[in-house]
Design a protein around this ligand. Structure first.
Ligand SMILES: [Zn+2]
Ligand SMILES: [Zn+2]
Ligand SMILES: [Zn+2]
Ligand SMILES: [Zn+2]
Ligand SMILES: [Zn+2]
Ligand SMILES: [Zn+2]
Ligand SMILES: [Zn+2]
Ligand SMILES: [Zn+2]
Length: 338
């Protein structure tokens, strides 16, 4: 029998910073209205990205809203959009250097601008490629238009391209209040302040010190495709969640998925992601007791079920409502068609 109990709640992670992330600056603005059915005492980890980073904010929920158990793992959605255009740089970053893309020699303010200009589904690779930020060797000063090897200061007009510069990531941004730092092990720049994070070599990700003891490790947790939309999560600008089983998925894809799937089942392994499954099973016990099968079904043969949580098969009385696993007492089961 497989032990499936996981103490920690799902880590909530987000993909790369997009233009909407500009307003976040470590605040929790915009998250509240996305928190459906969150339980008190449920701790959420939001991983916010900068240059494909996954730095994290912790959000101790005070929301005491009760719910029906089907939406217990609240998922933080996208951060509110700030539509005000920057004074310089692009919609993504404040910088005075444009990147010369090593792949196509085109000039863009940032890699998001480059990738947005591409059609990733286009059959022609010249129109469908992504930029490799680490391979960027040259920049163009946006003040004097001089093309030059990348550095922090323009060789022609001496302007500083941005307050934060990472040569490894070819990354520039003036918004240092985001707490940029480069994690050597991740190989990318992150936000949130180096002093607030540790790098987990198993998860291959930086996490806040506050979850150092409690977090469950999953190998390369984010270097997977979203099982619903099949986008690569590590690159994604949408936030992602690490489910209790360790599988990762876009937060918004999981929300949609849970609307049509019971027990917040993982789309990959079908294990439940309920924050308090025992309580939900008790509700089912009560319901089943109060709704016995009608007389005409009393003589139906027993059914064979497979438990999605503990993977044990049971032979249980016929029901068209639900089937209880005899091994783990849960209801996350499927009838096995013989
Ligand atoms: Zn390119
Ligand atoms: Zn210049
Ligand atoms: Zn970096
Ligand atoms: Zn790291
Ligand atoms: Zn870990
Ligand atoms: Zn997805
Ligand atoms: Zn799973
Ligand atoms: Zn079971």
């Amino acid at each position: 029998m497989r032990e499936n109990h996981v103490d920690s709640n799902g880590h909530n992670v987000s993909g790369e910073l997009d233009e909407s992330g500009r307003t976040s600056n470590g605040s929790d603005s915009g998250d509240e209205n996305e928190n459906e059915g969150e339980e008190e005492s449920e701790s959420e980890i939001k991983i916010e990205s900068e240059e494909e980073n996954e730095s994290i904010r912790e959000n101790e929920s005070e929301n005491e809203e009760e719910n029906d158990g089907e939406t217990e793992t609240a998922i933080l959605g996208a951060i509110t959009t700030n539509s005000s255009p920057p004074k310089y740089g692009c919609q993504h970053y404040r910088r005075r250097a444009k990147l010369v893309a090593p792949c196509c020699q085109q000039v863009f303010f940032c890699r998001h601008c480059h990738n947005d200009a591409m059609d990733i589904n286009h059959p022609d690779p010249r129109l469908a490629h992504k930029i490799d930020r680490h391979a960027v060797a040259e920049v163009v000063c946006s003040e004097c238009n001089t093309r030059q090897p990348k550095s922090d200061v323009c060789i022609a007009c001496s302007i500083k391209f941005a307050a934060y510069y990472c040569a490894t990531c070819s990354f520039y941004d003036d918004e240092i209040s985001k707490g940029f730092f480069h994690c050597e092990q991740c190989g990318i720049c992150r936000v949130g302040g180096r002093e607030n994070f540790f790098h987990c070599p198993t998860c291959n990700c930086c996490f806040p010190h506050s979850i150092k003891e409690s977090h469950k490790c999953f190998q390369d947790a984010l270097k997977k495709d979203c099982p619903v939309c099949l986008d690569f999560l590590f690159d994604s600008t949408h936030s992602a969640s690490v489910l209790k089983c360790g599988h990762t998925i876009h937060s918004h894809c999981f929300q949609k998925w849970c609307r049509v799937n019971s027990f917040q089942q993982c789309p990959v392994c079908k294990k439940n992601n309920l924050s308090d499954p025992e309580r939900v099973w008790e509700q089912y016990d009560t319901y089943m007791t109060n709704h016995p099968m009608p007389e005409e079904y009393k003589d139906m043969p027993k059914q064979t079920i497979l438990c999605n949580d503990c993977l044990v098969k049971s032979h249980v009385p016929f029901s068209f409502i639900a089937h209880k696993c005899e091994a783990c007492q849960g209801y996350n089961t499927d009838v096995v068609v013989s």
